[in-house]
Design a protein around this ligand. Structure first.
Ligand code: ATP
Length: 243
């Protein structure tokens, strides 16, 4: 990325492993520009989810550091990182099926005591997801797959983040619903947030991202302007990024 760009997230030289296993990430560095959408692309097991876990504090790196909005955040608790403005919408939707849509959303603002602030957040989240508005009292488990995905993202928005970490938001959705989610990601950015997106669907990821990083076996093997990848067809640039 151009050097004059201002960054909201900087992951610098991160290595991480699960238990005593092999390194899941080796010396990973990436940046998200303020107001930008960055996509992390790679095959299964490349380390995409692990990178988001490190950014949200769910997983501690064994080396390297994570800087968010001018401050170092690695080593801080996930709750402290949420309070600073990072929200993580993990893979697999994770809605609470027996709770209502409204209750699920309110969980995303659990750190906020002020009821008026919580109400405002609910209103602005419902502006992003008008589809959830009519379903506030519906049990979350009865929503369609796409609606559950919107609810999971909506819950993350309830913490009023500066940066949203989205793990495979289009996984298992129909092409039409995937496009709705992609449009939503663009609208969230228009509302002033920055986004780090993990997505297997390269075409959709490229349609929303400004910048892409390619991960392979826990390493960054290339990065590029998303428009350039779009223009040159993803795979050939992916291959050239590796060579
Ligand atoms: P996918 O697209 O399949 O979700 P990914 O790129 O998100 O893959 P990660 O989930 O970050 O990949 O996994 C990176 C590596 O870490 C893999 O080798 C995986 O087997 C390993 N790994 C992930 N989670 C755990 C865990 N809880 N315990 C042990 N190893 C894990």
């Amino acid at each position: 990325m151009p050097s004059e760009t201002e960054y909201i997230l900087g992951i610098e030289g991160i290595s991480a492993r699960y238990g005593g296993g092999a390194l899941a990430l080796s010396d990973v560095s990436l940046r998200v520009a303020k107001g930008g959408i960055v996509a992390l692309l790679g095959l299964n097991g490349a380390g995409k989810t692990t990178t988001l876990r490190v950014a949200s504090g769910v997983m501690r790196p064994s080396s390297g550091h994570v800087d968010f909005d001018g401050q170092r955040i690695d080593g801080r608790s996930p709750a402290a990182i949420v309070r600073r403005g990072v929200a993580h919408s993990p893979e697999g939707r994770h809605v609470f099926p027996d709770m209502s849509v409204r209750e699920n959303l309110e969980l995303g603002a659990y750190t906020v005591r002020d009821r008026a602030v919580r109400r405002n957040r609910l209103e602005s989240t419902l502006e992003v997801f008008p589809r959830l508005h009519d379903r506030l009292r519906q049990r979350a488990g009865t929503l369609s797959g796409g609606e559950q995905q919107m609810l999971a993202i909506g819950r993350a928005l309830m913490s009023d983040p500066k940066l949203l970490l989205l793990d495979e938001p289009m996984l298992g959705l129909s092409p039409a619903m995937s496009r709705v989610v992609a449009e939503t990601v663009t609208r969230i950015r228009e509302a002033g947030m920055s986004i780090l997106l993990v997505e297997q669907n390269m075409e959709l990821a490229l349609s929303v991202a400004d910048w892409v990083y390619f991960l392979e076996a826990g390493r960054v093997v290339g990065d590029s302007d998303a428009a350039r990848v779009r223009a040159q067809e993803g795979r050939s640039v992916y291959m050239s990024a590796r060579s």
